[in-house]
Design a protein around this ligand. Structure first.
Ligand code: IPD
Ligand code: CA
Ligand code: CA
Ligand code: CA
Length: 266
């Protein structure tokens, strides 16, 4: 696949941060960890990886803005472009020695995500996508799954942290979805969940209480793989609502219907 210069910058940054994460993953018991909120941790590995990505991206494009989970936002002098970065998506998995985590880097241009890179250094899987250029896993083209019915589908979800707004509603959604699908999965790194939908591993996915860095890179992968993605109400305000629903056209529509089914009266 021919990559643009910017996509190459993103890939190099992701691979470099991935090396840092892989080193720390081998020494995970020695890392300093602090608690940001219920079920929400940050370790030295998150901070180191963000420093690497930030340095690499800003070296290549010093005028772009930078929004990362673990550092203060930079408002760029170039008003059109912004990097959106999760240096370690899946911190809880990482700290438990579960090899399901990733560096996620997206490029926003005029409020649209135009490129995304998601790299899991534990499996050496590199997902990349660029608007108009397709989506790839380790240089092989990926496509959304073809299953059209929820009864055949394996659907991923995320479980909101205790105390976040969506926790109670999620239990209702989960019950409704479980009654309709062939299987459910909860892998614990939203960026990879979206990459898995793009690659046809999951037929669909939904989650709420997310931040832009959890989903930004995944959005372009899903679209470039031929999929559909929206917020939980079917609209386009994914960052504003912090929610996402993804799948092929039929699964996306069916999943939206099920997660929005009214709460049964007691
Ligand atoms: C978390 C993961 C998880 C999702 C959480 C996110 P973090 O990101 O993506 O899958 O369920 O809502 O906060 O904190 O590990 O980068
Ligand atoms: Ca976090
Ligand atoms: Ca995250
Ligand atoms: Ca993170």
């Amino acid at each position: 696949m021919a990559r643009s210069a910017l996509l190459n910058v993103m890939v190099q940054a992701a691979l470099k941060a991935g090396k840092s994460l892989a080193r720390d993953f081998g020494e995970v018991q020695n890392l300093q960890v602090s608690v940001k909120g219920p079920g929400d941790f940050v370790s030295q590995a998150d901070l180191r990886a963000e420093r690497v990505v930030r340095e690499e991206l800003l070296k290549a494009r010093p005028t772009y803005g930078f929004l990362g989970e673990e550092s203060e936002e930079i408002i760029g002098t170039d008003g059109a472009h912004r990097w959106i970065v999760d240096p370690l998506d899946g911190t809880t998995n990482f700290l438990h020695g579960i090899p399901q985590f990733a560096v996620s880097i997206a490029l926003e241009r005029d409020r649209e995500i135009v490129a995304g890179v998601i790299f899991n250094p534990a499996t050496d899987e590199l997902f990349v996508g660029e608007r108009g250029g397709g989506a790839f896993l380790n240089d092989r083209r990926i496509r959304i799954a073809a299953r059209r019915s929820l009864s055949d589908a394996v659907i991923g979800c995320g479980v909101p942290h205790l105390g976040r707004g969506h926790h109670g509603k999620f239990l209702v959604e989960l019950r409704h979805v479980m009654g309709e699908v062939a299987g459910m999965r909860r892998f614990g790194a939203a960026s990879l969940d979206l990459a898995y939908v793009a690659a046809g591993r999951l037929d669909g996915f939904w989650e709420a209480d997310l931040m832009p860095w959890d989903v930004a890179a995944g959005l372009v992968l899903i679209r470039e793989a031929g999929g559909f993605v929206s917020d939980l109400k079917g609209g386009s305000d994914i960052f504003g609502t912090g929610s996402v629903v993804a799948g092929n056209e039929q699964i996306h529509k069916a999943l939206l219907g099920v997660v929005n089914r009214p709460v049964p009266k007691a």
